[in-house]
Design a protein. Structure first.
Length: 557
């Protein structure tokens, strides 16, 4: 029988029901019955996560629905309680001197993750955590409030995407003028929200005994096997190997078009003939994706059929729906869910190549006995999604038509490379921010402007005054929402590019290694997952140089 999204239900927990569950688990531990305690705790966490995922998904599907709003508020208020109880159990388990016994019962990596988690929380920072989520929610709603007039219509910031990559240079220029006018208008509030976030994060770090927020930020992302020095070396590699190639590609584009200078608004038009678009509407893409996945592998094809037929895809843009796209999961059931907003551009194809990668990983990992292993940490999770973007290359004729497939692959590859300098710049900026928590807003803008010259020396904002003065970072939600989360995409891209190189030589072997990596889920830290897939760690010298060489050859640069 087909599993259906409509059948998934979860009982709404209360403070009392959570406390009662917690007491049961404590009682089992008191009685010395650790296996039963671990099993009951895992069931309770899955139940809570399924409920929480459903509540947040239903809100995203209709942000104007009063019931969905009140459920989300309720879930957000309950989340810190659930975290506090969870941390208490982790502390208790970790206090057991029999570490080896705990590791064999719960998994060595899970124990390492819990070690990391308990170092990020203390009841003394509860109010700070609430402040942090309030400030970052305010940033989200400020950006969501943008209503921009362009091309005779009114769009939000993500609705600007088709205009920002329009083949007509004047339209692209206008799109960027409108975008940055919005940020300039709200500049003071954006500065003050960020100042608030940096202050509250630094305060939490101090209360927990850290000198700055940086080590706490790394721990909150559950990074157990690398640190800021490794990341700094990776940024240097991007500067050494990727920046010159991207500069060359952009210079070629400028010459091809006969422009005197390549402006900021020209960067999104990767293909001189116009970025390739999907060859049909959402129904067309949804059907074509079935053919594509069936051709790639039996498990991938079968899984996609299950998602599609079971109602686990919500792809169309409609009034009241939250922006963006994501993949969420219901750990009691095992089937994930993809949420997206189609715009009619090539970004729609990413739903089937990127979000499906996340979904497939989660599905393939459903057999892990430990809820901690259903998703990897974020830099590893993004390998599963970004690698699929490259593995689907040979089938792109199904999505964009046979005549545009090659142009699509070139566009995607150039986009992947051009992303790296920007991604590491976002990361470097945050390291400077949290090392200098007392900086003024104008000092922060100056920091960004200086780093931008280092990583993206080609950037020419022309008459766009606000980003020219160092304001571009304010458009990046991750900088506000989840500090230090962004380098993850660049680390994963380095690994995904390695899958691309391998698939050019051995498509079947690459697909097999990919599926095996997905099935490992989050059962190991980043470095170990990378090694187990036969990839070179992005932190190792030469990892980027090799893929950049191959890309340069393919792009004839
Ligand atoms: Zn992703």
């Amino acid at each position: 029988m087909t599993m259906r999204f409509a059948d998934i239900a979860a009982e709404r927990p209360t403070r009392e029901s959570l406390s009662a569950e917690h007491a049961d688990i404590e009682a089992l531990l008191d009685a010395g019955n650790r296996p039963a305690a671990l099993a009951e705790w895992d069931v309770a966490r899955r139940r809570f996560e399924t409920w929480s995922a459903l509540v947040h998904l239903r809100f995203a599907q209709n942000t104007a629905d009063p019931a969905a709003i009140s459920d989300r508020d309720y879930a957000d208020a309950l989340a810190p309680e659930a975290t506090a109880l969870e941390i208490a159990i982790k502390r208790r388990l970790l206090a057991d001197p029999d570490r080896a016994g705990l590791e064999s019962a719960a998994g060595a990596h899970a124990v390492r993750l819990w070690d990391c988690d308990i170092a990020t929380f203390d009841p003394a920072i509860k109010a700070d955590l609430e402040d942090e989520s309030r400030l970052s929610a305010r940033y989200t709603s400020l950006l969501a409030s943008a209503s921009i007039e362009i091309g005779g219509m009114s769009v939000n910031l993500s609705g600007l995407a088709p205009f920002a990559e329009d083949p007509d240079r004047a339209v692209r220029h206008e799109a960027e003028q409108r975008r940055w006018a919005f940020f300039e208008r709200h500049g003071a509030e954006l500065d003050s929200l960020y100042a608030g976030l940096v202050t509250v994060r630094h305060r939490m770090a101090t209360k927990l005994g850290y000198a700055t927020y940086t080590p706490l930020g790394y721990k909150r992302l559950r990074r157990v096997d690398y640190g800021p020095d490794d990341v700094a070396r990776y940024r240097d590699q991007v500067r050494e190997h990727v920046v010159p190639l991207v500069a060359k590609l952009l210079e070629r584009r400028r010459a091809e078009h006969g422009w005197d200078r390549l402006r900021f608004w020209d960067e999104a038009l990767i293909d001189p003939a116009g970025n390739p678009k999907p060859a049909g509407n959402a129904d067309f893409l949804t059907a074509q994706a079935q053919t594509m996945f069936d051709r790639m592998s039996r498990p991938l094809g079968d899984f996609y059929r299950l998602m599609n037929e079971g109602g686990f895809l919500d792809l169309l843009n409609r009034p009241g729906k939250a922006g963006g796209g994501f993949c969420t999961s219901f750990p009691t059931e095992g089937v994930p869910y993809i949420f997206a907003n189609f715009t009619g551009t090539h970004h729609d194809i990413g739903v089937f190549t990127h979000e499906m990668g996340h979904a497939f990983q989660n599905w393939e990992s459903r057999g892990h006995p430990n809820v901690d292993y259903l998703w990897p940490t974020m830099e590893a999770a993004e390998i599963d999604s970004m690698a699929l973007e490259f593995l689907t290359y040979p089938h792109m004729d199904l999505m964009v038509g046979a005549d545009a497939a090659d142009r699509f692959r070139r566009m995607h590859l150039i986009g992947a490379l051009a992303f790296l300098p920007y991604g590491v710049c976002v990361d470097h900026f945050q390291h400077e921010i949290y090392a200098n928590p007392g900086a003024t807003p104008s000092e922060r803008h100056a920091m960004w402007a200086r780093l931008e010259k280092l990583y993206m020396p080609w950037t020419d904002y022309g008459d766009l005054g606000y980003p020219a003065k160092g304001g571009r970072w304010q458009a990046k939600p991750h900088i506000y929402g989840t500090a230090f989360y962004y380098i993850d995409y660049t680390l994963a891209q380095c690994c995904a590019l390695q899958f691309w190189v391998r698939s050019r030589q051995d498509p079947a072997g690459a697909m097999e290694a990919y599926a095996a990596l997905c099935a490992r889920g989050g059962s190991a830290p980043f470095g170990e997952l990378v090694r187990s897939a036969g990839l070179v760690s992005p932190f190792a010298e030469g990892a980027l140089a090799a893929v950049v060489r191959e890309a340069a050859a393919v792009l004839d640069a």
